[in-house]
Design a protein around this ligand. Structure first.
Ligand code: ADP
Length: 483
């Protein structure tokens, strides 16, 4: 059952119950008070009859004209209960008196007795009282009046109340139905929009609402906010998917190229008659170089895949000076020229993963060495910037064209000068992923022909972060021990 119907039924039900209760109370009270007035009038009439001159049981004198109630019936009885005389308007009808009433009146227990009897012309209200002459009871006076008019009025009242209750309840039901529909309309619209969004996956849609900022308004606002969040998350996932697809396509392309070269070289080596030995040697050298490139490519792809899957660096305090000198030494083993100058004047300690930071430094140093002529210079120094510190690698090499500068951190991006070299276009992308995983920043400043400076900045190790680190380590040890 819909909320609309439930609400309407509930309110109509409450209204119907209230109206029924009101009608019953009104009906009972009107009935009771009207009867009381009739009783009072009869008692007064009986008193008037008795005080009208000399009263005799045998002569009925109705106070016609005086009290002006023509429908009043009068009857007298002796002390045994025998009817002595009756008013003419009674015809042959005899006003009854119960034995209980007779006893109560003759014994002096009661000075008035009321009874209601049913006749074929409707109910009759009879008031009986003793007739006392000179202090002695001589008989009983009975006055009666038909209750037909009262009953007719009550019946009409009852009809009006029943019809009124039914009509009011039905009217209230329809008005309630319309009002409930109007106040629930925004909710229906929300349901409809939510359903359409679900079916079409169109998170750019919003629920339209122009009503007051009540509960429904708050619901609409919350829903629209949720849709905005959902849209952003969905776009992020979509972008990530597109990037992933491009990455896979690029990776397969990059792997296919050396494989094709290798296959060509192997076919050359398989030639019959065989190639001269010097040519074979040159081809084998090519093969070895291609294989090296492939190994490097696969290793770098693996590093990137790990970084994408959510790298969890092992944070520790890392002294920058020794790490810098170590990395420079290692870089120079592969490329001896130009010479790298390592400057580590201050003893700065950052919070980082030592192995990941070394990997980043090696990438930057290798690039600087690669893109700087042998007579140029490369310098790697420790830098401090506010609450961050790191390493800047500056070279006097070929520099980077401002047009390609925003793309150098993209995966597989290679500048024109790099295409002929042994680069894969993944070095800076890896460096960026690793630095970001360590909550750091990598940036570049470069001028074509003048050289480039790559700077890596990481949070400085403080007493608080060291305490946090050792607490986490203690917790991990305790956990391991508990297992
Ligand atoms: P690659 O394997 O091609 O070096 P990277 O991701 O390390 O790939 O670098 C991307 C591109 O950025 C390079 O192809 C090159 O054009 C440019 N680049 C990187 N470092 C330097 C540098 N020190 N000097 C000049 N150009 C650089």
């Amino acid at each position: 059952m819909s909320i609309r119907l439930r609400l309407t039924l509930l309110y109509s039900g409450i209204l119907a119950c209230t109206l029924i209760l009101f009608s019953v109370v009104l009906y009972v009270l009107v009935g009771r008070f009207t009867l009381q007035w009739q009783q009072q009038a009869l008692a007064e009439e009986a008193a008037q009859i008795l005080t009208q001159g000399e009263f005799r049981l045998t002569v009925i004198r109705t106070p016609q004209g005086k009290v002006a109630i023509p429908q009043t019936f009068v009857q007298t009885r002796d002390l045994d209960g025998q009817v002595v005389s009756r008013s003419i308007n009674l015809g042959t009808y005899e006003l009854p008196l119960s034995d209980k009433g007779l006893t109560a009146l003759t014994s002096g227990e009661a000075d008035g007795w009321l009874e209601i009897v049913r006749t074929e012309n409707g109910r009759l209200l009879i008031y009986s009282r003793p007739v006392v002459v000179n202090g002695q009871p001589v008989g009983i006076l009975q006055v009666a009046r038909s209750l037909a008019d009262l009953d007719r009025t009550l019946t009409t009242l009852r009809h009006y109340l029943v019809v009124g209750t039914i009509v009011s309840t039905i009217t209230a039901f329809f008005i309630g139905w319309v009002l409930a529909g109007a106040s629930l309309r925004p909710i229906n619209r929300i349901t409809q929009t939510a359903r359409e969004i679900g079916q079409e996956r169109d998170f750019s849609r919003r629920v339209e609402y122009e009503g007051p900022n009540d509960e429904v308004g708050a619901l609409v606002t919350t829903l629209n906010e949720m849709l905005t969040e959902l849209q952003a998350a969905y776009q992020q996932v979509e972008q990530a998917l597109v990037a992933q697809r491009r990455f896979v396509a690029d990776a397969s392309h990059e792997l296919r190229t050396p494989l094709t070269t290798l296959r060509g070289n192997v076919e050359l080596l398989q030639r019959d008659p065989p190639l001269p030995p010097e040519e074979q040697r040159a081809i084998l050298q090519d093969v070895a170089a291609e294989i090296d490139r492939m190994i490097r490519l696969v290793r770098e792809l693996l590093t990137l895949a790990r970084a994408d899957a959510g790298l969890r660096p092992r944070f520790e305090p890392v002294q920058l000076g020794p790490l810098l000198e170590d990395a420079v030494r290692q870089a120079q083993l592969l490329r001896a020229r130009p010479l790298v100058r390592a400057v580590a004047e201050n003893d700065t300690v950052v919070r980082a993963d030592r192995d990941l930071l070394r990997q980043v430094l090696l990438i930057l140093l290798d690039n600087a060495l690669k893109y700087t002529p042998e007579d140029g210079s490369v310098e790697a120094r420790v830098v401090v910037e506010g609450d961050r510190a790191g390493i800047a690698v500056r070279d006097t090499g070929i520099g980077i064209d401002p047009a390609i500068l925003p793309h150098i951190f993209d995966r597989f991006f290679r500048g024109d000068a790099a295409r002929r070299g042994d680069g894969t276009g993944l070095g800076l992308a890896i460096a960026k992923s690793l630095v970001e995983a360590m909550r750091g920043e990598i940036r570049v400043a470069s001028r074509p022909g003048a050289g480039s400076t790559f700077t890596v900045l990481l949070p400085v190790e403080t007493a608080a972060s060291a305490a946090e680190e050792s607490a986490a380590r203690r917790e991990a040890i305790a956990l391991r021990a508990a297992r």
